[in-house]
Ligand binder design. Structure first.
Ligand code: ADP
Ligand code: MG
Length: 697
């Protein structure tokens, strides 16, 4: 059966072509201008657009519409309204007005607002983001929107993202004008988010309360085999997984998502999907669609998709490499070094802007990826450390070093790759190898921010990146616009910036302990846990950054800070409760049942043979009884610690109490239980093991 991908692609999207076909010429032109120049929509055309959208959506099977938004829960929200409107005679017609398209009024009171709600009304608004196309799924027209409070504070992740895109565009255009670009109107940031995930068989998943309630395993002894043979990465794709991936691709293509690459990842049962990059706000929306479709398509194949950053202890976790670049609306990628980067001053200035941004706002970048779940991954030996540093490749590093030292740069010659097999074509090698352990790496014409967690919305890291680079651009433009001699000022600025921020460059093994010590001696910020990171979010310098560029007000930042602390406490609380529940109601009873059988065996043996050898039974009984006792005590201690943490003042103090008093006890309890697992007969163990989960598909 042939698949007509070009026909499938975007078939459920109200994209530019559909707009052109379905809207009157003038209306189409006006809407396109709104989208491209990101100015306000002319209200007089909204009714026409809405009506065309509705007719198209109905043809695609829609009966409802929804404003789709991204509250601060980390997921998306939607409330569906049908198009019906009553008419005389007990009938209905299908209606959708411009007003309904542009603005929605969901009750904001049940979404996290981090204190904004206490001071302001519960009313909230959603506002259409025309730059992200509407689409039809599940019989509903989805309209991507931004979400704000009655008083205009952003209650979502998208509003700051759109503001940050404007900020970097405004400041960056000042620089481009200085380089003589008179045609570009805007700068656009682009994002390609590589999504890692795990699959597990649904039946097996259902038997693990920890997976159901927390998305990760809270117990589990290692399986005899893990990922040490390195036989899964890029390995052949199992037919069941391949069928899932094929359907996922097709569903995503229908929605206009440029799903491109799929492969097995390092850990057993781990996989990755990478789309082709898109403009930041579209890419963020699409990544949320990717995550949601991974879950629903998996279910259709009897699988469950785990997006958690660390579903399994001792096995690689999942990240989401955030590939980021900035270009012009005329199609120029400003991070393209060209053949001779040493002579490409505009590129070097762009590079300097990012270097400065990453060094000065390393703490904010760290905050933007901080979560209870990502804490298990960052600093583990398969993910970047919790310290931000940059790798730009050997060739560029040599250029930068020569600029700093004032010596002239001798270009590295590009070698030919010859495999010694005449039939295999020779090709030009890249001038430098990759550094897989760097948290922030330059990869040819884009930067790859690798600390981002697999489960998170990528909006926040991009808000930080866009705004921090906007600030570099702002300072650069201030200097250069006032310069008497542009070329001299430019060279001096590039040299100064690289010299001042050289500490951020690191090209060694980012997973090593030496690096951690070295980084601290360089004065780099090392925020080990997410709670440490949350604390620096509203530092004066960070508040000033977002205020300067109108990306987030101090009030909006404080509300987010509060939500981050509260969310952390809630996540650890749920995890601890789940452990207590599993220990008390599943694990201890199961181990007791097994020890009863062992005891019965010993008794039966000695009944027949008074001097029977019951050393094995006795030993198992002793060990398991001691471990049961230990686990029981740990569980009681955990219960107490959770109660104490919950009594702590909300926010920072409560989060710290969960981190410092609850988490370590969870570790202790796990240790005892995992040891019990290794001593208990398989038939008695009440849940699937690591081996069952990791090798179930
Ligand atoms: P790599 O081999 O370095 O991972 P790929 O070409 O496979 O590079 O790209 C990885 C991701 O980076 C993809 O999602 C891709 O679309 C994205 N990407 C490529 N160019 C850009 C760019 N200019 N801006 C943002 N993302 C990009
Ligand atoms: Mg990559």
């Amino acid at each position: 059966m042939t698949k007509n991908v070009p026909e499938i692609f975007g078939s459920m999207v109200f994209n530019e072509d559909v707009m052109r076909q379905r809207l009157p010429r003038e209306v189409f032109k006006s809407l396109k201008k709104t989208i491209e120049e990101r100015n306000e929509i002319d209200p007089s055309i909204a009714d026409v657009v809405a009506s065309a959208m509705k007719d198209w959506a109905i043809e695609k099977g829609a009966t409802h519409f929804t404003h789709w938004f991204q509250p601060l829960t980390g997921t998306t929200a939607e409330k569906h309204d049908s198009f019906i409107a009553p008419v005389q005679g007990g009938h209905v017609v299908m209606e959708f007005s411009g007003k309904e398209l542009i603005k929605g009024e969901p009750d904001a009171s049940s979404f996290p607002s981090g204190g904004l709600r206490a001071t302001f009304e519960a009313r909230g608004y959603t506002a259409w983001d025309p730059a992200s196309y509407a689409f039809v799924k599940d019989g509903t027209l989805y309209i991507p929107t931004a979400f704000c409070s009655y008083t205009g504070e952003a209650l979502d992740t998208k509003t700051p993202l759109l503001r940050s895109m404007d900020a970097i565009s405004n400041q960056g255009m000042r620089i481009l004008r200085l380089f003589g670009d008179t045609t570009a109107k805007r700068l656009t940031t682009t994002v390609g988010a590589e999504q890692e995930y795990f699959l597990v068989d649904q039946e097996i998943y259902r038997q693990r309360k920890d997976l159901i309630y927390t998305g990760r395993t809270l117990f589990g002894a290692p399986a005899p085999k893990g990922q040490e043979l390195e036989d899964h990465y890029f390995g052949p794709i199992h037919p069941r997984v391949a069928a899932f991936m094929a359907e996922l691709d097709e569903e995503l293509w229908k929605l206009g998502v440029l799903s491109k690459t799929k492969h097995n990842e390092a850990a057993p049962a781990q996989h990755e999907l990478a789309p082709i990059y898109a403009t930041s706000n579209i890419s963020v929306d699409q990544n949320l669609l990717i995550m949601s479709y991974m879950k629903r398509v998996a279910e259709k194949h009897g699988l469950v998709c785990l997006l958690h950053e660390k579903p399994y202890k001792g096995i690689s976790g999942s990240g989401k490499h955030n590939n980021w670049s900035v270009g012009t609306d005329t199609g120029i990628n400003l991070l393209k070094p060209g053949k001779t980067p040493a002579e490409n001053k505009q590129f070097l200035l762009m590079l300097a802007a990012v270097v400065k941004a990453v060094d000065e706002y390393q703490d904010l970048l760290r905050v933007s990826v901080a979560s209870a779940s990502n804490d298990h991954r960052l600093g583990g030996d398969e993910a970047p450390p919790a310290i931000v540093s940059m790798f730009i490749g050997d060739e560029l590093q040599a250029v930068v070093d020569s600029i700093i030292s004032g010596k002239s740069f001798k270009g590295a010659a590009r070698g030919k790759m010859n495999l010694g097999v005449p039939s295999v074509p020779t090709f030009t090698k890249d001038t430098s190898d990759r550094n897989r352990t760097s948290p922030f790496a330059f990869t040819g014409n884009k930067f790859e921010f690798r600390m981002v967690g697999s489960a998170q919305n990528v909006a926040f890291p991009n808000v930080v990146l866009n705004t921090a680079v906007a600030e570099s651009f702002r300072q650069f433009a201030d200097v250069l616009e006032g310069a008497e001699n542009f070329d001299e000022a430019l060279s001096a600025l590039i040299k100064d910036t690289f010299t001042k921020h050289r500490r951020i460059f690191f090209n060694g093994n980012g997973y090593s302990e030496e690096w951690e010590r070295e980084a601290v001696s360089r004065g780099l910020s090392s925020l080990k846990t997410c709670v440490d990171a949350f604390k620096v979010f509203t530092n004066e310098k960070n508040v000033a950054l977002f205020a300067t560029h109108g990306v987030m007000s101090e009030v909006e930042m404080h509300s987010r800070e509060e939500i981050m602390f509260e969310n952390y406490a809630k996540v650890i609380n749920i995890e601890a409760q789940t452990m207590i529940d599993m220990t008390a109601r599943e694990i201890i009873p199961a181990v007791n049942a097994y020890t009863a059988e062992v005891a019965a065996t010993a008794a039966a043996k000695t009944a027949v043979l008074s001097d029977a050898d019951i050393v094995t039974e006795t030993d198992i009984l002793k060990k398991l009884s001691a471990l049961t006792h230990e686990a029981y005590d740990q569980m009681q201690a955990l219960r107490e610690a959770v109660l104490a943490a919950r009594r702590a003042p909300m926010g920072e103090v409560m989060a710290e109490s969960f981190r410092d008093n609850v988490l370590p006890l969870m570790e202790e309890l796990r240790r005892a239980v995992d040891e019990m697992e290794t001593l208990t007969a398989a038939d008695f163990w009440p849940m699937p093991t690591y081996g069952d989960m990791l090798f179930s598909v």
